[in-house]
Ligand binder design. Sequence first.
Ligand SMILES: Cc1cc2nc3c(=O)[nH]c(=O)nc-3n(C[C@H](O)[C@H](O)[C@H](O)COP(=O)(O)O)c2cc1C
Ligand code: SF4
Length: 493
Amino acid sequence: MTEPRIKHSIPDARWPTEAEAAASLWFSPTHIGRLAVEQRTWVPAMVPWRATEDGFVTAEVLDWYARFAEGRPGVLVVEATGIRDIASGPLLRIGDDRFIPGLRRLVETVREQSAGHTRLFIQILDFLTVRRRPEPATFFARYLPISSPLRERLARALTDERWRTAAEGDVRARLAAAERSLVEAVLDERELESLDYGYRERVWDTHLPWIRDLPRVLPALFAAAARRARDAGFDGVELHYAHAYTMASFLSRLNDRADGYGGSREQRVRVPLEALAAVRRSVGDEYVVGIRFLGDDVVAGGSRIDDAMFYGVELAAAGANYLSVSKGGRFEDARQPKIGEAVYPYTGASGYECMPTVLGDARGPFGRNVPLAAAIRRAVREAGHETPVVTSGGIHSFEQAEGILRRGEADFVGAARQTLADPDWFRKIRLGLGPQVRRCQFTNYCEGLDQRHKQVTCKLWDRDVAPGERDVRMSLDGKRRLEPPAWRPPTPS
Ligand SMILES: Cc1cc2nc3c(=O)[nH]c(=O)nc-3n(C[C@H](O)[C@H](O)[C@H](O)COP(=O)(O)O)c2cc1C
Ligand code: SF4
């Protein structure tokens, strides 16, 4: 997004009658692999920050998914869930069997609330270390490695050879007291980034043994997590190969690993394919294994649609049961965080493309990513695969979704924020109650909460209390409704 910012309004929607909805493609059945799906409506993964600090399902997690299940979408994807057994804050985890009972309750809850109509997948992901932006004093005192090249640059900048051998404490103290121009002359690009943004690992940091080992480690981690997803009763598993995380970074053109897992497209896709193969071996041929990946990295030097078309074909040929196409959401162009906060990958231009808002360029936020899904779908079909393709990003109305399906641009049409704004919207449309849909404003209040790791809610819920509704539960900060307003059965006319 490079053009000047324009404020778009939410387009008027023409809603279908009940009969029109029943005859539509969006509400017609299909299948994913051998799994029957009742509708082509889809709720992509959204992290609500409701798990326990050690990654377990809570009552609030169950309520969150139960509420989406009431709207009975064709497919509901559970939020990005960590595959490693490591502390990661209130993000769901699936890195050990002890997480299975909670996840099983989640499956049962969605089955019950949707009366078995909704298919439930879980998105599984790996991510690398990202640290908070440090206080400069702490950075210079503790985190900055005092290497020989750094000493050399300092000696050169100060034209004083003694810095080559000076005591480490003196080097640290000198840099802590230095003006910015000296800091910039002495720190290398990555050290400066660690100071200004916080330390962040890349998949091409192969000097770090645990990064070098990723190709050996990741397939087994994904495979074990997928097996747990199957054991917990999910209808399928979605491998998170999108946005700012490990697998998307392997796929990115920025990945220049020299060990056969970076450089050319063929090499960049190797780990993702090896993980897919390991997952397939662990869950069997019948189980749904889908992939979410990027149609465009958006960031400078990143992958573009031609890479994504190649990946789509490779992943389909390797037996992925669906391809869910997203865009951007990378760290490389994220805004500088405040001291004490971590860099958030949805703040730069690539973040805008991932979750576009009404404040944008002339194209506006609506259906902006559809051409990527359409191009990938075309490439996959031309290669002889029937793998369904899911599109999402700025989907807000029935007509828009139906048009996408009729034109053959995608096989499923997903809506994250519109479904957050009104989890009943699919159900309302099906019942011919479209005018009652609470329409997303696409201003990203919810995403702002996600950024601060606060319980995600929609700003529209607060203004809408159903008649007779009591015991409205509030968020931890006491300021917001924690859950959407209850479903209001239609009044007979
Ligand atoms: C609060 C929030 C959390 C999200 N969490 C995830 C996630 O866990 N995994 C993922 O792939 N995308 C995530 N997304 C991105 C959405 O799945 C979706 O791609 C994006 O919001 C654009 O679709 P929309 O315009 O329908 O909202 C999240 C979006 C929001 C608003
Ligand atoms: S908070 Fe705003 S952008 Fe998010 S779902 Fe609600 S209306 Fe949409």
